[in-house]
Design a protein around this ligand. Sequence first.
Ligand SMILES: [Zn+2]
Length: 136
Amino acid sequence: MEKKGFDQKLASWLRGRNGTDELSTCVIVVAFILVVVNIFVRSLVLTIISGVLIVYALFRMTSKNLEARENENGVFTEFIGPVRPWLRNPAQAMGEARAYKHLKCPECGQRVRVPRGKGKIRVRCPQCNMKFDARS
Ligand SMILES: [Zn+2]
């Protein structure tokens, strides 16, 4: 096999594959935590579970069935909802959580973001224009 062609081969192999998404990232994080825990616990069950999770994450990242993987990730991100930014960018999510408070519109349930530390404020829902009072 030519050495020169390897990069191109790798690139063409990676093209059209799913890569990382929230679900894969989460699976890897959980697997990693289990591996670390298992250093102390030394459980065969944990070894198997973390192994399966890593294989599953690799399968998802290298899968060519993008539609199916996107559907899975859609179900997953729907399920985790507000936790999603923490998986995407924990540092940014931390800054957001400090600077803003997330409220729920009592009328339509829309999530509304307001700056923290302004005392009592009147909030207008961007979706249904309902006004409500809140502490920030
Ligand atoms: Zn509303």
